[in-house]
Design a protein around this ligand. Structure first.
Ligand SMILES: [Zn+2]
Length: 113
């Protein structure tokens, strides 16, 4: 389950952030999860809960926002949302598009005490 690895990486990032702010406990974490990052939010939430159990992060809420996949067409110079995994420009029908978002997983905001 690769969500456990992600959860552990996430905890490491959060620990550094908490240290930087001199925080004692973690209340919530807001995450952006790319549609293409292959992360299952429910699984990540579960792994996070397991991995933080018994630590100072126990009980922290994971708030996840799934970011849709975005494409860019070099011909039209337009950005658009890729739906249903169809990698075609909606304006000109070109298939020479670049994916510019939706693969990332990033911490947007953390709430601490
Ligand atoms: Zn186009």
């Amino acid at each position: 389950m690769h969500e456990m690895t992600i959860a552990q990486n996430l905890i490491q990032i959060l620990r550094e952030e908490m240290g930087r702010h001199g925080a004692r406990s973690l209340k919530s974490v807001h995450l952006d999860i790319g549609q293409m990052s292959a992360v299952v939010p429910e699984a990540l939430s579960f792994c996070f809960e397991v991995a933080t159990s018994g630590t100072d992060m126990e009980g922290a809420r994971l708030v996840m926002n799934v970011v849709p996949l975005k494409g860019y067409c070099p011909q039209c110079k337009k950005e658009f949302e890729i739906k249903g995994y169809t990698f075609i420009c909606p304006s000109c029908g070109s298939t020479e598009i670049k994916t510019i978002g939706g693969r990332e997983l990033s911490v947007v905001e953390i709430e601490v005490d």
